[in-house]
Design a protein around this ligand. Sequence first.
Ligand code: MEV
Length: 325
Amino acid sequence: MSTASAPGKIILFGEHAVVYGQPALAVPVNQVQATANVSQGKRETGEIWITARDLRRRYKLSRAGANDPLALAVRLTLDFLQLPITNNSFTLSVTSTIPRASGLGSGAAVCTAIVRALAAHFNASISHAQVSAIVFETEKLLHGTPSGIDNTVIAYNQPVWFIKGQPPEPFSVAQPFHLLIADTGIASPTKITVGEVRAAWEKEPKKYNALFQEIGAVARTARDIITKVEADGSRLPALGAAMQLNHELLISLGVSSPELNALVEAARRAGALGAKLSGGGRGGNMLALVTPETSAQVEAALKQAGAVRVIHAAIDDRLPTAEPS
Ligand code: MEV
């Protein structure tokens, strides 16, 4: 049996504007994972089965519809490996601890795990860029017009500075910082908010282009803060202020919600240096910048304000995962 896992992700700065060419910063979240197993059937049936326990589904690849991202991940990987789909028999099982439609990249993580498990099963080597390219195709099914940031940060499993259409740049974290990732518990498919922003942009391009540019400027400021060492203690408050500004701009884009705003407010009042929604918005997760001293009180405030789950994440200088040889 071959197994592979892939992490979730959070967008630190720049969601939505990244779809329109602005830069964004994202990091993997290894506390939540998607896992795929490939096992050879006992009998050679000439059939490929997909079991998605969390979705309570078990089906044959040959019966999967054209809009099934898991099936597309299998088909594209076999194609990449130059293996036939017919007369190939195995069972692919997928599980995930990443909440769906919550801004943590669950779709991209599941498909990344599938591609890697299949490559391992057939003893093939596949680069991060090749995995990311296959998963990007599945993201198009899930999201319509994705920027490519989710498949990139998850396939490379490292912090990335991302501009659509350009090779991703890993970024270094000069001094680690701590985030709480709090879930509203409201499922909100990215496809919907991305589609709504597109419709709004088509109606009022000038207004929305200006907002995208402002978000891009915040992402650039944030990258400077994160990657440079500051000895005078101004770094974390500046990062918190950038998060706050990014959240205000996302409200102006129309992708926040009363629930997300309540969590952002509660975090700020409890001592977080800054807070913002993360990902597609409307529901899903938000981030709060905390210190070891404020972490417990901010977590308690988030739960009191309705968070169904809080993850602690240290954002540090994770070394890039090695490319397979
Ligand atoms: C989703 O994680 C991030 C968005 O910017 C969409 C995308 O970049 O494809 C909302």
